[in-house]
Design a protein around this ligand. Structure first.
Ligand code: NAD
Ligand code: FES
Length: 275
């Protein structure tokens, strides 16, 4: 059992939670994730490990309560506990001094790019971050991203804060202005990562995407997280979660992510039955 020691709502239905898990907190590195189970009969689902405090023995998770399991997690409070928490899983982000690194987080993906931006900055890189959301009310972790970046650029779909448009446009502007970029790291909706790869590909800017496929066991056994990278089959939980974005078959990934949409809808309805 893993005690919840802190919980805040960052924006509507997006929660930050700290969970006591001292052994995982000691080992966690940027880019890794954990698999959780909220209760005994619950499903297993992955969440990025956003931060950890080895002294407190806590992990920080950020999640959007959208599906049945994340909604159940969102209903838990300080003093409640999680049934299972397995991690840290996945390969850590490859961190070194690349030069100028652009970290791009879209929507809930901002929380997942945050530890990467922080580690890249600590390794001596110049970090420009681009964070985006549909609107300013749901843009999360702005201050944290500001603190870990040399420059922070904001884009909102509705123009309520920063640039009106997508992070792809902001990145394109940087490239058009002749900025030298040594690496792009992107985390967010799959469609966004696909288009970020489309922007950097013609300029041969190395680009890494952190993928979020359907996961079940998180140990390479079930095949749920299968993707195609170049001409190779990979399993995100053990080979990733980060891959060369220029080689990922994003269309296949998006199609696989739709597999359980109807089942998920029914599961959410069973949690909140219409009376
Ligand atoms: P969202 O739909 O609100 O989109 C967030 C932002 O992504 C948008 O504001 C926009 O800036 C950008 N975006 C969306 N479509 C785009 C496009 N076609 N081109 C360029 N940019 C685009 O997302 P959300 O509701 O905050 O997040 C939910 C999504 O994020 C889910 O699909 C979830 O799977 C994904 N996610 C992925 C990871 C990961 O590890 N890759 C982590 C957390 C969440
Ligand atoms: Fe089962 Fe990756 S989640 S193989």
């Amino acid at each position: 059992m893993y005690d919840i020691t802190e919980k805040h709502e960052l924006s509507p239905n997006v929660f930050l939670m700290k969970v006591k898990a001292p052994r995982i907190a000691r080992k966690r590195k940027a880019g890794q994730f954990a698999i959780l189970r909220v209760r005994d009969e619950g499903e297993r689902f992955p969440l990025t490990l956003v931060d950890s405090d080895p002294d407190e023995g806590t992990l920080t998770l950020v999640f959007q309560a959208v599906g049945k399991s994340t909604m159940m997690l969102g209903k838990l409070n300080v003093g409640d506990c999680l049934t299972d928490l397995v991690g840290p899983l996945g390969k850590p982000t490859h961190i070194e001094k690349f030069g100028h690194v652009v970290c791009i987080g879209g929507g809930v993906g901002i929380a997942c790019v945050y530890p990467i931006a922080k580690a890249m900055k600590e390794a001596g890189n110049r970090v420009t971050s681009i964070i985006s959301a549909r609107s300013k009310e749901i843009l999360t972790l702005r201050e944290e991203m500001e603190a870990t970046s040399d420059e922070l650029k904001i884009a909102t779909d509705d123009g309520s804060l920063g640039f009106k448009g997508f992070p792809t446009d902001v990145l394109q502007q940087m490239i058009d202005a002749g900025e030298k970029i040594d690496l792009v790291v992107t985390v967010g909706p799959t469609i966004m990562m696909k288009f970020i790869a489309g922007v950097t590909r013609p300029h041969n800017i190395p680009t890494v995407a952190s993928l979020n496929p359907i996961m079940v066991d998180g140990t390479g056994m079930c095949g749920g997280c299968r993707i195609t990278v170049g001409d190779k089959t990979k399993f995100v939980c053990v080979d990733g979660p980060e891959f060369d974005a220029h080689l990922v078959d994003f269309d296949e990934l998006m199609s696989r992510q739709k597999t359980y949409v109807d089942a998920e809808k029914q599961a959410v309805e069973s949690l909140n039955p219409k009376s």
